[in-house]
Write a protein of this length. Structure first.
Lengths: 295, 280
């Protein structure tokens, strides 16, 4: 559905995206992760034809965005962080205007989408009277109007309260389930990405560090929870014995490849430590992300 | 579809309170000048004295059409360029600043279409503004002053004309219509600047500055013979309608030059907008 082939973007001397190749399969909820300035928004800008790539090719639904913009963006909806509208106009008028840039949209379609996002009864009010949550729903409505196959969400949870974030999450899952959309989600909220995404890519300084299934990211590292009488000394002893690669949070160790927990216990007991607990810990996305960033 | 997009742009333009405030200020300024001419002794005395010096009766020529024409001059030289540049500068740069441009460009609409449609909306706005000014000037002047002939004196443009009432009103209507060309050109110039990555105010200031510079250099004695090379010479062609007889060849020449100028700045704006990166 989305393909970036060796895409590079320079803003003057600043290399925002560096030889990025990315592939978003159809039907997936794809998470695009990275720190501030990693190149996520620039990559999304290039996908939508708002930013011109310095090199490489950007394909949306098989069409080159720079060469055939109309066909590439025909069935694409997008939501940006802090959604903005024409505040003096009503929600209905805003939707009418924005949807017309794709195609003439009948009134019943606008009404249908307004009802779907839960804004029925408020559509004739001016947008300046809307709360942040209502604006987020209106942003979703404008993205759904062209009956998209692909939805691109750039930090959609920005500024939302916990209820709003929960609602956003449920909406994303509902969109995939009911409408079969492919969704690209760029977000800082790793917990949210972990709950909705099926595939992820991690960017750092414009380069891709990882792309794969979320389950793959979780299995990538097998951290073990360890409780002893002295964690720091225990970790040091295990490092000296080359049994672990890393430790964190005074609670977790990362065994070296092929090292089983019995060898770890044996080493610690031999070193005079008391072992209270040792158990495999399921990797969270946050842990995986932070370990990637550390590298 | 282009008409649909034009309709949308007009919705955006006329959806803003600022548009009506600007219109209102224009009408207020116009009414204030006419009221001053009607009730303030100084301006009336000055005008009557000038007419008598030239051998014309103040009773006959301090008429509605003369006063309506008199208010057109400060509006055309001072207020109209400023407001037209303000509107033109806002058309694209304001949407970029506010973030709605990103929403628009996430749709399959071409960038050149956006510029074209915004320009068209600016043209409609400019025509409407000048039309409203012309009509309101005529109506208010008609209420405050009696009927009579037209006395038009614009010394800096070498205009001195005395005409009967019917011909006077005809020339006034023509001048108002042709004045829209000036508004469109200034609006288009500001729109061109707003196609680049600048703030709305910067686009307005650049347009006004360019016109200011052009008018200053044009007035320099050294450039007197080269006046027709300056855009300010051509955008002020509307007052030549008051010459007797009007130099139609000259007027049509200026119209065609402005047509070419507008086409050129529109193309430059389209190119500038096309190659630009739109970011948050």
């Amino acid at each position: 559905m989305i393909q970036l082939r060796n895409v590079t973007k320079r803003f003057g001397n600043n290399l925002a995206v560096d030889d990025l190749s990315l592939s978003v399969p159809a039907g997936e909820i794809f998470g695009l992760l990275g720190h501030n300035g990693a190149g996520k928004s620039t990559a999304i800008g290039m996908m939508l034809g708002q930013v011109w790539p310095t090199a490489g090719q950007v394909l949306l639904r098989g069409r080159d965005v720079t060469q055939d913009r109309r066909a590439a963006l025909q069935a694409v909806g997008a939501i940006f962080e802090a959604p903005v509208f024409y505040n003096e106009l009503s929600a209905w008028r805003n939707l009418d205007i924005l949807s017309s840039y794709t195609a003439r949209t009948p009134s019943n379609r606008i009404a249908e989408v307004i009802e779907w996002v839960g804004l029925k009864g408020r559509e004739r009010d001016t947008v300046k009277t809307y709360s942040h949550g209502m604006r987020a729903r209106l942003a979703l409505a404008q993205a759904l109007l062209p009956q998209p196959e692909l939805l691109i969400l750039d930090e959609p949870g920005d500024g939302l309260d916990p209820e709003g974030i929960h609602e956003m999450r449920q909406t994303i899952l509902r969109l995939r389930k009911e409408l079969g959309l492919t969704i690209l989600l760029s977000s800082h909220l790793l917990a949210e990405v972990e709950q909705v995404c099926t595939q992820i890519a991690v960017l750092n300084h414009g380069r891709k560090l990882f792309q794969g299934a979320l389950s793959e990211a979780r299995q990538a590292q097998n951290w073990v929870r360890l409780r002893t009488d002295n964690f720091a000394a225990s970790a040091a002893a295990l490092r000296d014995a080359h049994l672990i690669l890393d430790d964190r949070d005074d609670n977790f160790i990362l065994p070296a490849p092929s090292i089983e927990t019995d060898k770890i216990v044996h080493c610690l007991v031999s070193a005079g430590h008391r072992v209270f607990e040792i158990a495999r810990e399921e990797q969270t996305l946050e842990h995986f992300y932070l370990s990637l960033m550390k590298k | 579809m282009i008409l649909l997009h034009l309709r949308n742009e007009l919705w955006k333009l006329f959806g803003k309170k600022r548009t009506y405030i600007g219109f209102g200020m224009f009408l207020l300024a116009q009414a204030a000048v006419l009221l001053l001419l009607r009730y303030a002794r100084g301006p009336r005395r000055e005008m009557a004295h000038r007419l008598e010096l030239l051998g014309y009766s103040p009773d006959q020529f301090m008429s509605a059409v003369t006063m309506a024409t008199s208010t057109l001059i400060p509006v055309a030289f001072l207020l109209l360029p400023l407001y037209a540049a303000l509107i033109g500068g806002d058309l694209l740069a304001k949407e970029s600043e506010e973030g709605t441009l990103r929403m628009m460009l996430s749709r399959p609409i071409s960038r050149s279409r956006i510029v074209m449609v915004k320009w068209l909306a600016g043209v409609v706005f400019s025509l409407l503004l000048v039309l409203v000014l012309g009509i309101s000037g005529a109506v208010v002047a008609g209420c405050l002053f009696h009927g009579g002939g037209l006395f038009a004196l614009i010394p800096q443009e070498s205009v001195f004309t005395v005409l009967g009432p019917a011909e006077g009103w005809r020339r006034y209507a023509l001048a108002t219509f042709i004045l829209s060309g000036k508004a469109v050109t200034i609006m288009g110039l500001a729109l061109m600047f707003s196609c680049f990555n600048v703030k709305p105010a910067a686009a307005t200031v650049m347009a006004i500055s360019l016109l200011f510079l052009s008018s200053i250099i044009q007035e320099m004695p050294y450039f007197h013979d080269l006046q027709h090379w300056f855009i300010t010479y051509h955008i002020n062609y509307w007052f030549r309608v008051f010459m007797d007889p009007p130099p139609w060849a000259d007027i049509w020449s200026s119209i065609s030059i402005l047509f070419g100028f507008n086409a050129t700045i529109l193309i430059i704006g389209c190119v500038g907008f096309q190659i630009r990166d739109i970011k948050s």
